[in-house]
Design a binder for this molecule. Structure first.
Ligand SMILES: *[C@@H]1O[C@H](CO)[C@@H](O)[C@H](O)[C@H]1NC(C)=O
Ligand SMILES: *[C@@H]1O[C@H](CO)[C@@H](O)[C@H](O)[C@H]1NC(C)=O
Ligand SMILES: *[C@@H]1O[C@H](CO)[C@@H](O)[C@H](O)[C@H]1NC(C)=O
Length: 744
């Protein structure tokens, strides 16, 4: 009896530090796979997940990753599976490599049917990319490319196919005639409605297409290039060309929520020739936008719209002007809320050559992360030049880009480990390592980031750490001395983290870490038996909306005998806190932007208190953002009126070229006009407008617009603009201005 008692005490003594009475252990199910496993995705609001294996087999799980079965209806090898971004609850596409055939499921993997795009013989080698319609499920566009049809020609011809019944595709015939038979035609088409909340009303099925023909001589030199931008409202049968672009080369277009942006190039033979940007709000007429500098390197893919409908145009310096010794610094241009006038965002003093990326997490309204990464211009061997050290920079704006700040580290516990003084945020802040910070799941402000702390001048690739913020990115704490994969669940109340490499010996990884209190305490869970280990490749919450409590981890399984397989874990936290569901007193308000008014409204989420011992457990329910409009409007709810630009003090001052363009003097009989320098930002929610005194503008000095077909030239503005708004108006105003009002 005494012996038993002694044993009992020892047991408790040993077990207590390992498993505290209250410590929770997730339910983990392991699946060993002979082949590599990849492309792990989940359907929205369901327990269904899909992954592929190295044989091209599609595997499906109906219970959040615990059990998997092969999809038997699919015989071919699949290399890619995507869930329809607009119909994520039920539809997905499985693509066969280099084939116009693909499989579609409309009932989240319950059944599958094959579709084949009737592409012409010579296009067979290409891949097709599918675009679906945000509201009309039966509409699908396939952009089919063919590669190396003639290896000497750099252009890849492409064809467009459309279905309006979700089944049979037909080819869209380019409305642009070829001048010569062997001209190379590329087509691209998109639905005018690019999102569910798109502002383009009218015919939902309208598509915008860009057709482009290039002709080459015998030596495959480009000898001609002509383009046509056209709109079809009848499913691609007939097209209406836009008159604005009849004699221009249209380079690219981008369809946003409330604008269509079109880039035209003056000289099709010269990539460096300057571009114009055209904006449309109704997909029927376009106006040329006013730019502060000539545009050369616009990466169309990165054009965005912020939540107020302002167009954001990151200009990266991939090329430099030969004549110019200094490569132009990267910058970001933002339009006014009418979309017609661009000016630079003052976000970084870092005038360097490199690449700017902006990230707009949907669930953090008004928040933008900006990251700058210096780069070297290999073609000109410039780059880290003139002895100046290049610096990486990561900044955050929580007021839609009005003000920017560094990512402040507030971590007294680890303050000594960063090598700089974290109270001096200007030179000691968090800099993200990836080009864009990754927010795998929406959460109530609880986010993680991989990076390092310093002034950004050292690329500490080897010294990456993982940080956590509970206030949407304003302040950060160290979470792990390593980098890895992470995902959140239950709106941020469950966080799972696995380092790429174990921190102990830099090699084997066999543990996951999890936190049930928004990152304050981390617990470990040993995945493997210590003989084999895992190199993690994918970690997802099975509810992409971040609400659920089940996760799937996929990784390469490495043992001494078995090198090639994968290992997939289903990790289930549903039983945490003994299944306790949070009650009213377990919640608090979390205010975005520190509770300040941003564009006329305050936003908040209700979230679980950090230490509450329960889960929200609203699986598959999206978080709801609560909005309170602000009473009085302030400066920040306004922008410069069209005829005005900001001077170095931030004041809106008249600009004579813009005054000429707006034709306000044409209408006035007198020698001067009264114009308000500020206008309310369109879509701003503030209630009581600010009183704005109009300014008397003298019309004497205004160059008469269009008179005798004369060019508008830069007139000497009397204001201190510095480099805020360079005069660049060397083209004739071609009549597209003026018939639409700018200043409403
Ligand atoms: C997902 O699985 C849970 C149990 O594991 C079940 O209660 C729930 O109804 C399932 N949800 C859906 C949408 O299938
Ligand atoms: C180097 O950096 C300093 C300070 O940041 C700046 O004043 C100077 O113009 C830079 N020199 C060059 C050649 O870019
Ligand atoms: C990270 O490393 C520092 C010093 O090496 C140590 O003091 C700290 O506790 C570690 N933090 C974590 C979260 O592992």
């Amino acid at each position: 009896m005494i012996l038993f008692h002694a044993l009992y005490i020892i047991w408790i003594f040993i077990l207590f530090p390992l498993f505290k009475a209250e410590e929770f252990i997730p339910k983990v199910t392991e699946n060993l796979i002979e082949e590599t496993s990849f492309n792990l995705v989940s359907f929205d609001d369901s327990n269904t997940s899909i992954r592929l294996d190295g044989w091209g087999v599609v595997w499906i799980s109906f219970d959040a990753g615990e059990n998997w079965e092969a999809v038997k209806e699919i015989e071919e090898r699949i290399f890619k599976f995507t869930v329809d971004p607009f119909h994520g609850q039920e539809r997905g596409f499985a693509f066969i490599c280099e084939s116009p055939k693909f499989y579609i499921t409309d009932d989240r993997g319950g059944s599958w049917r094959a579709l084949t795009i009737p592409s012409s013989e010579e296009y067979l080698d290409g891949d097709c990319f599918i675009t679906t319609h945000p509201t009309k499920k039966e509409l699908i566009i396939a952009n089919c490319y063919s590669y190396m049809i003639n290896a000497d020609v750099v252009d890849d011809p492409s064809e467009i196919y459309l279905t309006n019944n979700g089944g049979s595709f037909f080819k869209i015939k380019p409305s642009l005639e070829k001048k010569k038979d062997d001209d190379i035609t590329t087509s691209s088409c998109d639905f005018i409605k690019s999102s569910k909340n798109s502002d383009f009303t009218g015919n939902d099925a309208s598509i915008l297409c860009l057709f482009s023909n290039r002709e080459y001589d015998e030596e495959y030199r480009l000898t001609g290039h002509y383009t046509q931008l056209a709109l079809s409202s009848d499913g691609g049968k007939t097209f209406k060309e836009f008159d604005e672009f009849k004699h221009k080369i249209v380079n690219r277009y981008k369809i946003l929520k409330s604008h269509v942006v079109v880039l035209t190039q003056d000289d099709s033979h010269n990539e460096m020739s300057s571009m114009d940007i055209w904006i449309s709000k109704d997909a029927s007429t376009f106006q040329k936008a006013q730019l502060p500098t000539p545009l050369r390197d616009v990466e169309v893919g990165k054009i965005h719209e912020d939540s107020m409908g302002r167009i954001i145009l990151p200009i990266s310096t991939g090329f430099t002007d030969e004549k110019n010794e200094q490569p132009a610094p990267s910058e970001i241009l933002i339009s006014d809320s009418r979309g017609l006038k661009f000016s630079p965002i003052k976000w970084t003093p870092n005038h360097q050559f490199g690449d700017i990326r902006l990230t707009f997490p949907d669930f953090l309204k008004g928040t933008i992360f900006g990251s700058f990464h210096p780069s070297i211009d290999y073609s000109h061997r410039k780059g880290i030049y003139s002895g100046n050290i290049s610096r990486e920079e990561t900044k955050i704006s929580v007021d839609n880009g009005l003000t920017w700040s560094n990512l402040k580290v507030v971590d007294r516990e680890n303050a000594d480990s960063f090598g700089c003084d974290i109270t001096r945020t200007e030179e000691c802040s968090l800099h993200g390592h990836s080009y864009n910070p990754i927010f795998p799941n929406p959460s109530a402000g609880i986010i993680m980031m991989t990076g390092s702390v310093g002034d950004g001048s050292e690329f500490k690739r080897k010294d990456q750490k993982t940080f956590i913020s509970r206030d949407g990115g304003l302040t950060w704490r160290l979470a792990h001395n390593s980098s890895g994969l992470f995902a959140t669940g239950d709106l941020g109340n469950i966080i799972v983290y696995i380092p790429y490499f174990s921190d102990e010996d830099g090699g084997v990884q066999s543990k996951i870490y999890f936190s049930l209190d928004q990152g304050k305490i981390w617990s470990e869970y040993e995945l493997t038996d210590g003989i084999s280990f895992i190199h993690p490749s994918e970690l997802i919450n099975t509810a992409p909306d971040g609400s659920g409590s089940k996760f799937i981890l996929n990784g390469y399984h490495i043992t001494t005998s078995h090198q090639k397989g994968s290992i997939v874990y289903a990790i289930d936290f549903s039983a945490a806190f003994d299944y306790k569901i949070c009650e009213e007193e377990d919640f608090e308000d979390w205010n975005l932007a520190d509770g300040k008014c941003v564009n006329g409204a305050k936003y908040k989420y209700r979230r679980r208190k950090q230490d509450a011992r329960c889960l929200v457990k609203k699986a598959f329910k999206d978080m709801s953002l609560l909005e309170t409009p602000c009473n009085s409007c302030s400066e920040s709810d306004n922008e410069c009126s069209f005829q005005f630009v900001r001077d170095t003090n931030g004041q809106c001052v008249p600009d004579y070229n813009l005054i000429a363009l707006s034709r306000i003097c044409d209408k006035s009989k007198g020698k001067s006009v009264l114009v308000k320098p500020l206008q309310l930002i369109k879509g701003d929610k503030c209630k009581t407008p600010m009183k704005i005194e109009p300014i008397d503008i003298s019309c004497d000095e205004i160059p008469k617009e269009g008179s005798n077909g004369k060019k508008i030239v830069s007139t000497g503005n009397k204001f201190d603009f510095e480099s805020q708004f360079h005069q660049y108006l060397d083209t004739v105003i071609d009549g597209t201005f003026g018939h639409a009002g700018f200043n409403r």
